[in-house]
Design a protein around this ligand. Structure first.
Ligand SMILES: *Cc1c(COP(=O)(O)O)cnc(C)c1O
Length: 367
């Protein structure tokens, strides 16, 4: 049996007619860059997140970068985040002119360890970017409390957390802004690139709307120096169709996660992901932790099961960030996890047979 890591085609086929109708409508209206289909999606996505505003942008990296710029976090600032994330979190900080400062993670949740946060704050710290890695929220209450105490902004990197919850609140809706990516493989994926920032702050939303469109509120009258970071109309229309299905797709992922955990509970050699008491995990990535990760991965590949590693090298050990001079050993928990993470196939359309097959093959490997 073949089990792909991700299968975008099966999902596309299940909504093909609706998608084609939506794309045709954009074509007929020639509403390609920004426009009414983006505006409609922004309204629906804001509602979904229980937030006042959603601002569609080019991708998730834009969402993070625009958040920093709109909050005035730039040159000479330090921004605290985690080392076990996709590079975009750190890139956005760097290209805003600021410096990323890392705090280690809690290995139970794979997310920022709030008890280490305060020690990382300096006079230069302006913002914190918790990452809701793999689709589970970071522990937001202590993070927000520390931010408030020190007068810091909180930007949620919710690029893997569409519909994920923290104590009943949607991820992205708790900090000053929440950043989403609609990269095709995300739980809510466009058929191209896309992203959004959600916020309850009217002025911030207005500023980001201007910035993403060359700083103009009115065509050719530029109030601020901005950029082109617009979401395109076709993606807006596609996302609006797909948003209706997101909850169901997330529920399907949660069921697969439950089946994986039940099936693998007898295997003592590794750790399956745990859902924190405060969280509703949406399993963008189902990452187990194994000591002999590479061997198990090779075995599963041979059996037709495609796995991934998210992420093999923590940010502080990437060549691009060698100037930070954070050597191996600086963030021991994140480093240990990076050596042990193995992401199993996870997408809504996985069949029960495929999940069972993965479980059986892993059991056989250890037998
Ligand atoms: C995907 C992702 C991003 C970047 O999103 P893009 O749309 O690819 O620019 C940022 N942070 C995290 C944690 C992500 O997973």
């Amino acid at each position: 049996m073949n089990v792909p890591f991700l299968d975008l085609k099966t999902q596309y086929k299940s909504i093909k007619d609706e998608i084609h109708t939506a794309i045709n409508e954009v074509m007929e209206n020639t509403a390609f860059a920004g426009g009414p289909f983006v505006a409609k999606f922004e309204q629906e996505f804001a509602k979904f997140c229980n937030c006042k505003h959603a601002v569609g942008v080019g991708n998730g990296t834009d969402a993070l970068w625009l958040s920093l710029i709109a909050l005035g976090v730039g040159r000479d600032a330090e921004v605290i985040t985690v080392p076990n994330t996709f590079i975009a979190t750190a890139e956005a900080i760097s290209l805003a002119g600021a410096t990323p400062v890392f705090v280690d993670i809690d290995e139970k949740t794979n997310n920022m360890n709030p008890s280490l946060l305060e020690a990382a704050i300096t006079k230069k710290t302006k913002a914190i970017i918790p990452v809701h890695l793999f689709g589970q929220s970071a522990d937001m209450d202590p993070i927000m409390a520390i931010a408030q105490k020190h007068g810091l902004y909180v930007i949620e990197d919710a690029c893997q957390a569409h519909g994920s919850e923290y104590k009943g609140k949607k991820s992205g809706a708790i900090g000053h802004t929440g950043c989403f990516s609609f990269y095709p493989g995300k739980n809510l994926g466009a058929y191209g690139e896309g992203g959004a920032v959600v916020t309850n702050d009217d002025a911030l939303a207005a500023n980001m709307r201007m910035f993403r469109d060359h700083g103009q509120a009115k065509k050719y009258y530029h109030g601020i120096i901005g950029w082109n970071a617009r979401l395109d109309g076709i993606q807006g229309a596609i996302l609006n169709v797909k948003l209706k299905y997101l909850q169901g797709w997330n529920d399907a992922r949660r069921k697969h996660a439950k089946d994986y955990a039940a099936g693998l509970s007898a295997v003592k050699e590794f750790i399956v992901p745990q859902e924190a008491a405060y969280a509703k995990h949406i399993y963008h990535i189902y990452a187990i932790r194994v000591k002999d990760r590479d061997k198990l991965m090779a075995y599963l590949t041979e059996k037709g099961i495609a796995c991934g590693i998210h992420y093999p090298v923590p940010i502080h050990l990437q060549e691009a960030y060698s100037f930070l001079k954070k050597d191996k050993g600086s963030f021991p928990v994140a480093e240990k996890c990076a050596e042990q993470y193995l992401s199993l196939p996870m997408f809504a359309e996985l069949s029960d047979e495929q999940v069972s097959y993965v479980v059986e093959q892993i059991k056989e490997y250890y037998a």
